[in-house]
Design a protein around this ligand. Structure first.
Ligand code: GLU
Ligand code: MG
Length: 467
């Protein structure tokens, strides 16, 4: 379980001793440096690195970094809000020692995610990991609810010799095809070995639908650890790929059309050790709380899209009949509704049942995504929001009257529409706090401005290798 307490200047009790022991152990295993990562508002993982000998000092006093990165765009241009985006100020990055791990595919390196606090020891209001810790702690304290989450990771594989202005799949075998697995056999085996060495519990890795696309899924963890894991797994996929002269893209779309790369989120809610998505009297075994949680997420999906699909390229992926879930609807094991209720197999349901949220991609900051999904769901639970009727099949086939009758709407077709919905959503803005909420708005508006006049192919190209 992630420690939900904030870092403090000087270190929390025991942190420095622990960092000293862990640093010594890593050094003994040939580790020289530690990558300290966080994810910015635009969804880019940004880092500092330190020599392993400085780990105790980092645990005590953090590592400096400017808050300006909270309003960086994916192209590294800077936008400004009232409080962020200025060249002034400094923050301290505190590694989470619980997540510290030697990177199997980057010999000599270890990795840890960070929380960021101010030089005065206050929470940095722009820190997305702190936001998710705060939401998770409040859910436990106020509602007695804990969560488990996992982020599915899809990516497209090209060759690192191909010019970056185009995407050519390296593996040409068919979707889900044995041939494609054989083509990248060594890469995939090394990826599994690296995950195992890092203690990452892989459920599956497989060739996906789109050209040159693969997916890895991992076991569920508490929300903060699940978001950390999504960062670590992508770092690992990228690093293993480099060793095989491959270049990987986690961008929502590598081309202007066709199936994209998703980052579906699986979320289950638990009270007193029991899964609220299983064993209840509601539909498909959901408890009343799970139905209301699902309804809370469903009701806010258009605004949530500004967080879960944050790039102009996200809207190349978010198109009907591409399994990205672009309609405000839910269903049992259905792949075109935004929300898929997963019961799991008989015998495993109390552990496996969960809610899958599909309109999420890997341009999304996983900390913001999980925090906002939880905030939306908890609001549904607190207000006993009724869950509408489920749908089956592809909602794209509903005519306007049928869709209206069922309350099924298309999710935003572009980032400006998503931002407009987000601006209207007081609950999400309150949950994020004014600093993060303004950063989300400003960064999305900056991304939209950055692609003004570009066609779909050019938008895909602009973001293809960013995430
Ligand atoms: N690639 C699809 C997406 O963009 C998901 C495919 C699947 O259902 O795994 O969300
Ligand atoms: Mg998939």
């Amino acid at each position: 379980m992630t420690t939900l307490a904030d870092p403090v200047p000087g270190g929390r009790p025991g942190d420095v001793e622990r960092a000293t022991a862990l640093g010594g152990e890593l050094a003994g295993r040939g580790v020289h440096g530690v990558v300290l990562s966080y994810v910015d508002t635009a969804g880019i993982t940004r880092i500092k690195t330190i020599p392993v000998a400085k780990l105790p000092a980092a645990a005590a006093w953090g590592v400096g970094m400017s808050p300006v990165f909270d309003t960086f765009l994916a192209n590294d241009a800077i936008v400004a809000t009232d409080v962020l985006g200025s060249p002034d100020g400094d923050l301290r990055l505190y590694p989470d020692l619980d997540q510290l791990v030697a990177l199997a595919a980057q010999p000599g390196w270890a990795w840890a995610p960070v929380d960021r606090i101010t030089q005065d020891g206050e929470r940095h209001p722009g820190c997305s990991r702190t936001f998710l810790r705060r939401i998770t702690a409040a859910a436990e304290e106020r509602h007695g609810v804990a969560f488990k989450a996992a982020v599915e990771i899809e990516w497209s594989v090209g060759a690192d010799t191909t010019p970056t202005d185009r995407f050519e799949p390296v593996a040409t075998g068919p979707a889900y095809g044995a041939a494609r697995q054989v083509e990248l056999s060594d890469f995939l085996a090394e990826l599994l070995a690296a995950c195992a060495a890092q203690g990452v519990d892989v459920d599956q890795v497989h060739p996906e639908y789109a050209a040159g696309q693969f997916e890895i899924s991992v076991g569920a963890l508490d929300p903060v650890a699940a978001a950390d894991r999504s960062v670590l797994v992508r770092q690992t996929v990228r690093a293993v790929a480099r060793r095989h002269a491959l270049r990987v893209s986690f961008a929502p779309a590598v081309r202007g059309e066709g199936v994209g790369n998703g980052g579906h989120v699986h979320l289950s809610a638990w009270r007193d050790g029991a899964n609220l998505y299983s064993g209840g009297a509601g539909r498909h075994g959901m408890t009343a709380d799970a139905e209301a949680f699902t309804a809370g997420v469903l009701a806010r999906l258009p605004a949530l899209t500004a967080v879960t699909a944050p790039s102009p390229a996200s809207y190349l992926r978010l198109r009907p009949s591409q399994w990205a879930g672009v309609f405000t609807a839910w269903g049992l094991e259905t792949r075109e509704a935004a929300l898929r209720v997963v019961t799991g197999t008989r015998g495993l349901r109390d552990q496996a049942a969960n809610l899958e949220i599909k309109p999420v991609d890997l341009a999304a900051n996983p900390y913001l995504t999980l925090g906002c999904l939880i905030a939306a769901g908890l609001d549904g639970m607190a207000s006993s929001t009724p869950l509408p009727e489920e749908i089956t099949g592809d909602p794209a086939r509903f005519d306007a009257a049928e869709a209206a009758k069922r309350g099924v709407r298309r999710l935003p077709v572009g980032l400006p529409e998503a931002v407009a919905a987000f601006r209207e959503d007081a609950l999400l803005r309150d949950a994020l706090g004014p600093v993060l909420a303004d950063a989300v708005t400003a960064v999305r508006e900056g991304e939209s401005a950055a692609v003004a006049g570009l066609d779909d192919e050019q938008i895909a190209a602009a973001y293809r290798w960013k995430y």
